[in-house]
Design a protein around this ligand. Structure first.
Ligand SMILES: *Cc1c(COP(=O)(O)O)cnc(C)c1O
Length: 444
């Protein structure tokens, strides 16, 4: 039996001693990426569309949908996906409360309202058991976010949606290339939208993409924000043809081709990148099996489901196994070991005053109710799992390379902090009321 060494927080040696090298570097930029970007730059092709059309075609082939449509951000890819799915005035969109705001907030600009569902405490994705009772005759779509890489439980979600004639929009911004029971996320719902910005596991600079097998959804999204492609020849949906030439939404979604060029090269190697990330991250969690207080956020090993590129990787925290030690004290102890650990995850969206009070467009009433048939506002206390989840989650290192000796040192930091919980309890001030964040990514 190894003798536990003293916590670094209490003056002991740090668990992490080695230089991590490039294990955390992101995004991966090779000379091939540089060449591809420079080629576009040198010929002044930034505002063209040839590279983007190529990228869309290759992306659709890779993910396995009939269509892919680029956008300048993930936020706009998702707004286009919502419009594509038919979300409009007076409709309701059901979204998990714990996610980045761009999974749902755009619905307000389409004249719709957002209704939040709770999340599952183990997957951190929308809880399929908290959806059906929220469906009304106004519900147009359910958003399934594959949160922090974990695939949402799509089978029951699709079953509920089909039963009620509601569309499913996947937000794949955290999970490009992830599998749900062997199927690639972003191909299961009616439409999907995803971010391709630099912090995400599929990083192109600043862009987004929508995927679908449905021609009408594709045509609607194209007509909404791509005036340059919106011609009678490019559109099959008859009712959209008369308005060709001008974007229906008044939005312009064309992608900067420096990003498309980056994306085309990344696509060639992406499966390899995430295979190594998966090996590294699974190794980290395997090392921590059985440690009290902490549990992996990943699908069961025999489920044929994966975490994609493990974007914004989290761990689950079980304070009841460690004497009630607060998440903030635990994270502080891990960080002191040399493994930066942040308590919490995204804050729940449902209590934010934007969804309760803000009159954004001058309707003379809260925008979230502007066209609603009922008061959809959800007060604090209404979604207990979402409201408490930041006290039960923390960030873990995002390893891009499988380097066992480095990963072992980081795992040792988590193990030491968790196993030393009794010493940490002595000076535990408790978790602050306000943990969690509105975003994960801080621009450099
Ligand atoms: C990043 C993100 C988006 C938005 O993407 P951008 O490219 O930043 O506009 C949407 N949904 C989720 C869950 C995200 O994390």
């Amino acid at each position: 039996m190894q003798v536990k060494s003293k916590l670094a927080l209490l003056g002991g040696p740090k668990s992490v001693q080695s230089d991590p090298g490039d294990i955390f570097n992101w995004p991966i930029v090779t000379p091939e990426h540089e060449e591809a970007v420079l080629e576009v730059l040198r010929r002044g092709g930034m505002s063209g569309t040839d590279v983007t059309r190529q990228f869309e075609k290759e992306y659709a082939d890779w993910i396995g949908t009939t269509y892919a449509l680029g956008a300048n951000t993930g936020t706009e890819a998702l707004r286009a996906a919502m419009y594509g799915a038919g979300v409009g005035v007076g409709d309701e969109l059901i979204s998990p409360s714990v996610t980045y705001w761009a999974s749902c907030l755009q619905a307000l600009s389409l004249g719709a309202s957002v209704v939040f569902a709770d999340i599952d405490p183990d997957t951190l994705c929308i809880d399929p058991n908290d959806i059906e009772h929220r469906i009304t005759e106004r519900t147009k779509a359910i958003v399934a976010v594959h949160y922090c890489g974990h695939p949402a439980d799509m089978d029951p979600i699709m079953e509920i949606a089909r039963k009620h004639g509601v569309k499913v929009i996947e937000d794949v911004s955290h999970a490009h290339g992830g599998l749900y029971k062997g199927r690639t996320v972003g191909t299961i719902g009616d439409v999907a939208g995803m971010s391709l910005m630099s912090g995400k596991s599929f990083a192109t600079g600043e862009a987004g993409i929508m995927t679908t097998n449905d021609r009408e959804s594709y045509d609607r999204a194209l007509a909404f924000g791509h005036y340059d492609m919106y011609s009678e020849e490019n559109i099959e949906t008859e009712y959209l043809k008369p308005y060709a030439g001008l974007p229906l939404g008044g939005y312009k979604y064309r992608v900067n081709q420096l990003s498309s060029a980056m994306g085309r090269v990344t696509l060639k190697y992406y499966d390899g990148y995430i295979a190594e990330i998966q090996q590294a991250m699974n190794y980290f969690w395997d090392l921590l099996e059985g440690v009290p207080g902490i549990a992996p956020h990943r699908p069961a090993k025999d489920s044929d489901s994966t975490m994609g590129g493990w974007y914004a990787a989290r761990g689950l925290y079980r304070p009841e196994e460690v004497g009630g030690l607060s998440i903030s004290r635990f994270a502080q102890a891990v960080s002191a070991e040399g493994a930066r650990c942040g308590p919490g995850t995204n804050k729940p969206l449902h209590p934010h005053p934007l969804f309760h009070e803000a009159d954004v467009y001058g309707h003379g009433k809260p925008t979230n109710l502007a066209n609603a048939s009922r008061d959809v506002r959800q007060p604090l206390g209404s979604l207990p799992v979402s409201e408490g989840i930041s006290a039960r989650t923390y960030s873990i290192p995002w390893f891009k390379k499988f380097r066992p000796h480095i990963i072992e040192e980081y795992a040792a930091a988590y193990r030491k902090a968790a196993e030393s919980y009794e010493e940490l309890l002595e000076d535990d001030p408790g978790a602050p009321e306000d943990i969690g964040t509105w975003r994960f990514y801080s621009p450099a």
